[in-house]
Design a protein around this ligand. Structure first.
Ligand code: NAI
Ligand code: MG
Length: 484
């Protein structure tokens, strides 16, 4: 493998609250390592409850003040301007993302950053298209609805697509006229704080977006349980998703959750096997397998098992694992020592001992039974389980035998079979003869314990708006019920 180069002195970052870059009230900081080398990449201010309180107050002030008074068009223009500034700085942001997260530069350049730009651009257009309705109520009455922002939103995001997850959360919230306190993951705080600089440059009023970097148990928990937050949006583990929902229940804060997955990626004997092998690779080795919709359960029809497995193994062995800054690298390190150790607990004999970085090699378990732990628990690494099946009915039963329901893939040339599967599978996203396709205009989210609410597309606006019904009497007469 190519060797990651040692880095220079750590970068330094402050919190972004009320339009200013500030230290944490406690003056505490934390280090975020470069996962390719284990060295400190950046020193970042560590927010806790006091800073979250400040950020929520700033977001409240902005919501009740300047931001609500701004026209939808001006809001949209700010979002569009932000998308252009991100595009201008995309190469630099991609490099920072790769150094903070470990993902190959090829991915941050061609997938993450374009996705970030696309989301801000797409939702910029929605700002002026959020409308109410008129309702055909009986009698001399006029009834209409207003679609209004929810208010102050807390948003807690993970480390697997740091800037892209910030974009998925911020763009619809801002388009709909909300203000935000965003908490990035402690493993990858850097690009969100770089985004804060561009938010400042674009000219967003102070307090509209606040970014508080810190740990989940402190800053995250303070945000989720905050009494002055109107909505909390979370992406991360199912375990923490449940904590967020419980904390939010205390104040009846609105919640949306995008959680774990254990997606079936299904290969029928009538599939184009080359395409299916590529699809299986994309499903489980992309982003080091750290993807909530990863196709981690590969279901193969029994009669093509040997053919598929032979080709899959051969390709997996050729994946170039190494320095994520190398343009030819297809897999970089896992995000953290903690994540690496979690993955190793599934496959301890495969410790590759790559230098000081958190590297792990593509791994395939064959002859897996869907009831095994390895087929039921999310691993969040480049580890796939291959499970065989005989017919469609057995497949559907096994594919749905999971607590999760985020996504699914199917490889077949038979369109009836493909659409039958799409209907029968309990998952929020289905890919037919493709995998991991996404677009800002297309909804994404889970069934079952993969969460609730849909991000991206027009459905995301439902998470960030609420409906007010307004009744107007047109008769000019008294109600009369209690007598004239
Ligand atoms: P996590 O769920 O603990 O972290 C995600 C975010 O939640 C981070 O910003 C974190 O600071 C915050 N958080 C953690 N505890 C919190 C709390 N008590 N209150 C409020 N916020 C809190 O995920 P973690 O520990 O990094 O990874 C564990 C596993 O979670 C992974 O192995 C993977 O299975 C899953 N995961 C799923 C993701 C997805 O995209 N659905 C993303 C990241 C992790
Ligand atoms: Mg955690």
């Amino acid at each position: 493998m190519s060797t990651p180069q040692p880095q220079t002195t750590p970068r330094r970052y402050q919190l972004f609250i009320d339009g200013q870059f500030v230290d944490a009230e406690s003056s505490k900081t934390f280090a975020t390592p470069n996962p390719a080398t284990g060295e400190t990449f950046a020193e970042v201010a560590e927010a806790d409850k006091a800073d979250v309180d400040k950020a929520v107050a700033a977001a409240r002030k902005a919501f009740e003040g300047k931001w609500s008074k701004m026209s939808a068009r001006d809001r949209g223009r700010l979002l569009y301007k932000l998308s252009q500034l991100i595009e201008r700085d995309a190469a630099q942001l991609a490099e920072l993302e790769t150094r903070d997260n470990g993902k190959p530069i090829k991915e941050s350049t061609y997938i993450d950053l374009p996705g970030v730009v696309e989301n801000f651009e797409y939702f910029a257009g929605w700002s002026t298209k959020i409308e109410g309705e008129t309702i055909p109520v009986p009698g001399q009455m006029f009834n209409y609805t207003l679609r209004e922002p929810v208010g102050v939103c807390g948003q807690i995001i993970p480390w697997n697509f740091p800037l892209l997850m910030a974009a998925w959360k911020l763009a619809p919230a801002l388009a709909a006229g909300n203000t935000v306190v965003l908490k990035p993951a402690e493993q990858t705080p850097v690009t969100a704080l770089e985004l804060a600089k561009l938010i400042q440059e674009a000219g967003f009023p102070e307090g509209v977006v606040n970014i508080v970097t810190g740990y989940g148990e402190t800053a995250g928990a303070a945000l989720a349980s905050h009494k002055d937050i109107d909505k909390i949006a979370f992406t991360g583990s199912t375990e923490v998703g449940k904590l967020i929902a419980k904390a939010a229940a205390e104040n009846l804060t609105k919640v949306s959750l995008e959680l774990g997955g254990k997606a079936p990626n299904v290969i029928f004997a009538d599939a184009d096997i080359d395409q299916a092998v590529n699809g299986a690779m994309m499903g489980i080795f992309f982003n080091q397998g750290q993807v909530c919709c990863a196709g981690s359960r590969i279901f193969v029809e029994e009669k093509v098992k040997d053919e598929f497995l032979g080709r899959f193994k051969e390709k997996a062995e050729k994946v170039k694992v190494g320095d994520p800054m190398d343009k030819a690298t297809l897999m970089g390190p896992q995000v953290s020592a903690e994540q690496l150790n979690r993955i190793k607990s599934w496959s301890p004999q495969l410790d590759p001992q790559f230098q000081n970085g958190y590297f792990f090699q593509p791994t395939i378990f064959s002859d897996v039974d869907n009831k095994m732990r390895v087929a039921q628990e999310e691993i969040f690494g480049p580890v796939s389980s291959v499970i065989t099946f005989k017919d469609d009915d057995e497949l559907i039963q096994k594919a749905n035998d999971t607590i999760y329901g985020l996504s699914a893939g199917i490889w077949t040339q038979n369109i009836t079979r493909a659409h039958r599967f799409a209907k029968a599978i309990k998952a929020g996203v289905v890919w037919i003869n493709t995998y991991n396709m996404m677009n800002a205009a297309s909804p994404f989210g889970g069934y079952k314990q993969s969460g609730y609410g849909r991000e991206m597309g027009k459905h995301a606006l439902d998470l960030y708006t609420q409906v007010k019904s307004v009744w107007v009497d047109l008769s000019g007469k008294p109600i009369g019920w209690f007598g004239k």
